[in-house]
Design a protein around this ligand. Structure first.
Ligand SMILES: Nc1nc2c(ncn2[C@@H]2O[C@H](COP(=O)(O)OP(=O)(O)OP(=O)(O)O)[C@@H](O)[C@H]2O)c(=O)[nH]1
Ligand SMILES: [Zn+2]
Length: 337
């Protein structure tokens, strides 16, 4: 059961979309005509590191924004001192509409689901093939979070020097999720990074993965230390050249083809309580026509669901329906998720 307290810090806590579409939007405020657009790169205790043109500007949220929090990846309007000089602090006066949202789950320290990354178009789910063992249920939950939040998933299977990817690839074959397999030696000559990079060009990709799967190794290979320094991101945040907050961190890929890597150190699982099956099924366009005869608000995982007949009549591959139901079944949280 979700609780909505009075003193939550944002209005991004998951709510069902308002049917009438009357959810309040940030209104245009003519008094900020001079505002400049920036992108939020990381957040640390109310201080937001933003990229404005090619400058790093520290900012905080203007009071007028109320409870709505700006998160990594947000396109924001900023006013005030935009010089990027030391000890300056600008103000974020508007948060742009988001094309996608990645939410992390509520946990013991914080009972609310929150948006942690905005506007990413891809979710890279990093899983080791061994050490630690792959956790298909966790992968499935990541896939649901991606489909629900409007991101396209990418499976990155690491440590293929320790175990074969065949079993996992067979399991995810019916889903048609793009994947990359990497192995230890390839990190030395850069081949692994190049192969992953092929999928990242010009896109904003949030990386998630359980501790120990090799996410840091991969992100470091994709974004070398010197490029981190050129942006000044890391130093601007901690002053120590190390990213120590639990916030996500946006790192630029090379200038030539562009794109961003968003590392998410704190995101281990996602709250899926309010996932709407009708949004998940959009990732299964071959099954969508079969839902026409479903009962109202069908969960697609119940006896009257019309998809069984649809598949039995040969209109779609049973493996696809099986995969859809497997994903939908992960919405209920279990021990270890
Ligand atoms: N055998 C093998 N080991 C790897 C590979 N990639 C990374 N590792 C090792 O796996 C361990 C964990 O790698 P990290 O990159 O720190 O993993 P992480 O997912 O960032 O883990 P945390 O830092 O705990 O969040 C390290 O000892 C790496 O050297 C690989 O392809 N093969
Ligand atoms: Zn149904």
């Amino acid at each position: 059961m979700r609780r909505y307290g009075k003193n939550t810090d944002e209005d991004d806590i998951r709510q069902r979309p308002n049917r009438k579409g009357t959810r309040p939007r940030t209104s245009i405020r003519p008094k900020h005509e001079d505002a400049v657009e920036g992108m939020v790169l990381t957040v640390d205790r109310g201080r937001l590191t933003c990229l404005v043109d090619d400058r790093i500007v520290m900012a905080m949220k203007a009071r007028e924004l109320g409870r709505k929090a700006a998160v990594v990846g947000d396109r924001v309007q900023i006013v005030g001192d935009l010089s990027g000089e030391k000890d300056t602090l600008a103000r974020i006066v508007r948060i742009g509409e988001r094309s996608s949202v990645l939410r992390r789950t509520a946990d013991d320290d914080d009972p609310y689901e929150r948006v942690v990354v905005a506007n990413a178009d891809q979710l890279a789910i990093v899983t080791a093939l061994a050490d630690p063992e792959p956790r298909p249920r966790l992968i499935d939950r990541c896939l649901v979070a991606a489909y629900d939040g409007g991101l396209s998933p990418l499976l990155v299977l690491t440590k293929s020097d320790l175990a074969s990817p065949d079993a996992l690839l067979e399991m995810y074959g019916a889903l048609g999720v793009p994947y990359v397999v990497t192995t230890r030696d390839e990190f030395v000559d850069g081949v692994a990074a190049d192969r992953v990079h092929e999928h990242l060009k010009g896109r904003t990709t949030a990386f998630v993965g359980h501790s120990g799967v090799g996410k840091t190794t991969l992100v470091n290979a994709l974004v070398p230390a010197d490029r981190r320094r050129t942006t000044g991101v890391v130093n601007a945040v901690t002053g120590r050249g190390r990213h120590t907050t639990t916030s996500a961190l946006a790192l630029p890929l090379d200038d030539k083809e562009g794109g961003w890597v968003i590392d998410t150190p704190g995101v281990r699982s996602f709250g899926l309580h309010h996932v709407d099956p009708s949004r998940v099924i959009l990732a299964f366009p071959d099954l969508v026509p079969g839902t026409e005869n479903c009962p109202r608000a069908c969960s697609h995982d119940e006896p009257d669901c019309a998809l069984d007949t649809f598949v039995a009549e040969g209109h779609a591959d049973p493996a696809r329906l099986y995969s859809l139901r497997r994903l939908l079944a992960t919405r209920e949280r279990r021990e270890g998720d």
